[in-house]
Structures are given as structure tokens and as C-alpha cells.
Write a protein that binds this ligand. Structure first.
Ligand SMILES: [Zn+2]
Length: 68
């Protein structure tokens, strides 16, 4: 069995009060950020991320190891 590292971002990690269970996983941080931004736009009516929110999002990204 092999393991692979993924970047993971969850809405709850950014804003627990939002009560949104959205979670995204991708191979690169840039990809996670892109998917997160798409979700924020679609589900949270955020056209663009304010700098303080972007910093929160970046800080909330975790590296997870997945067995493949
Ligand atoms: Zn969300």
C-alpha cells in the first residue's frame, strides 16, 4: 500500500459558525484554494475573498496522508 499527501480544506475549519460541512481535498494548495474560492462564491455569495479571510483560509489548509 502506498500513501499520498493531500491538502485539505474544510468550511468548518475556516468558519465554524457557518455550519457548512463542505470539504475539499486536492494535491496542491493552489488547487484547494481555487476550489475553496469557487465554493465560497457559489454557496456563501462571496465574489472575492477579503485579505483577512484569505489568510484564514490559507491557515486552515491541512496536509493529510491518504492510503491509496
Ligand atoms: Zn461552505
Amino acid at each position: 500500500m502506498a500513501t499520498k499527501q493531500y491538502k485539505q480544506l474544510g468550511c468548518l475549519d475556516v468558519d465554524p459558525k457557518a455550519g457548512c460541512a463542505f470539504q475539499v481535498r486536492a494535491e496542491t494548495e493552489a488547487e484547494v484554494l481555487q476550489l475553496g474560492a469557487m465554493h465560497a462564491k457559489a454557496c456563501h455569495k462571496m465574489e472575492s475573498l477579503p485579505p483577512e479571510m484569505a489568510a484564514k483560509v490559507t491557515a486552515a489548509i491541512k496536509t493529510v496522508t491518504v492510503t491509496v
